[in-house]
Ligand binder design. Structure first.
Ligand SMILES: [Zn+2]
Length: 258
């Protein structure tokens, strides 16, 4: 009888130990992921954090004279010279060089974009059909309303090609696969992934440097309202189309959870 009791206690203790061990292993993993992000987040210095203005988030600054931005060396730009957030340049170049070793060209198509440039892009695609909701919705398939683009923060980049057919080619598939496998090693993540419930269509070319951009997303949430979105065609339907709730925050869930 005693033997049975001892065996039962032993079995119970073994199971408890096994389960606790499993739990702590997976918790450790979660904690280390969090720490990883925190460490990278510290690239934004404390003295800069409180100084992020509304104008900054809306892309209403001049990157050529703003100390938060740097010019990207021309060899990394596929077209015009780009500006980028100063903490993003180094990791971007590291990723670019690693991809280049695999014959993949991660040259920039676009990095920082001002409110005015976004307004020009938006207005040039906005067809006034007499129904502003439908007109704006058509542009919103791929283009952000001015003031809501992540390109305003200098933390996001368009690379490879912005043409859908490129990603159907062997070259495009290989390059995109490389990004899926390795971009996170440099802190970059795809923002507009497939199968999200709301927001823009999938964009395989648009990647964000998460350690910095997550801070700007928080700043956006804190400081920007629908009343700030004015000065372009169809701005009056921004709230009705929920461009902040469904588009700015309609991003890959991984980027929201962190
Ligand atoms: Zn983009």
């Amino acid at each position: 009888m005693n033997k049975i009791i001892i065996l039962t206690i032993f079995a119970f203790l073994s199971i408890t130990f096994f389960c606790c061990n499993r739990a702590s292993t997976s918790n450790d993993k979660l904690i280390s992921n969090d720490l990883d992000i925190e460490t990278k987040d510290s690239t934004i210095t404390e003295e800069i954090k409180p100084n992020i203005s509304k104008e900054y988030i809306l892309g209403k600054i001049n990157p050529a004279t703003d100390s938060m931005f740097v010019q990207v060396p021309q060899k990394y730009c596929l077209m015009r010279t780009e500006y980028i957030h100063k903490d993003v340049l180094e990791p971007y170049i590291a990723m670019y060089e690693a991809a280049a070793l695999n014959n993949i060209n991660l040259g920039l198509i676009s990095a920082y974009r001002s409110f005015d440039t976004q307004a020009w892009l938006w207005n040039s695609r906005y067809y006034n059909s007499g129904n502003p909701e439908a007109s704006a919705k058509a542009v919103l398939k791929y283009i952000a309303m001015p003031g809501t683009s992540r390109h305003h923060w200098g933390t996001d980049i368009d690379v490879l090609q912005t043409k859908l057919y490129f990603f159907e080619t062997e070259e495009g598939k290989k390059a995109y696969q490389w990004m899926c496998d390795h971009a996170h090693e440099y802190g970059f993540y795809q923002v507009y992934t497939a199968n999200r419930p709301t927001g823009y269509n999938e964009e395989k070319w648009h990647w964000t440097y998460l350690p910095v951009s997550q801070f700007y997303l928080e700043q956006f949430k804190e400081k920007i309202t629908y009343q700030d979105l004015t000065g372009f065609s169809g701005s009056e339907v921004a709230e009705k189309l929920r461009v902040i709730d469904d588009y700015v925050f309609g991003i890959d869930s991984l980027l929201l959870n962190n």
